[in-house]
Write a protein of this length. Sequence first.
Length: 132
Amino acid sequence: MKLFRLTLVNYLLGNEDMHLKNFSLITRDDKIELSPAYDVINTTIALANPQEEIALPLMSKKRKLDHFNLIDYFGRNRLKLTDLAIKTVLEKIESAFDLWMQLIHRSFLNPELKDKYLKLVEAGKTALWTNT
């Protein structure tokens, strides 16, 4: 669930730099788990002509991802998450959207970058919650 949530958040954030070196495993009490997230930034708004949506391909795609690629294929098929687990992750992310938008509005980004960021998050939200 943690990998699924992190992947969705990176997608929504526009973090095109989410490559394998930005994922680590740690051992705690003889249990191997995904480390806390790091190097999580929006690269898309800073690039003049972004080429990707994510660095690691899903179904051989790095762009124009949708509900099927992210939820059905990655969450259900590859990670073998239950419908309840997927619903829980999506609800947690969705519950943060209002605060997320407020933080973007209050950020020190210039108006053009704020607008790009807001549009990116809205487009990602639409892609995730629109079952095609």
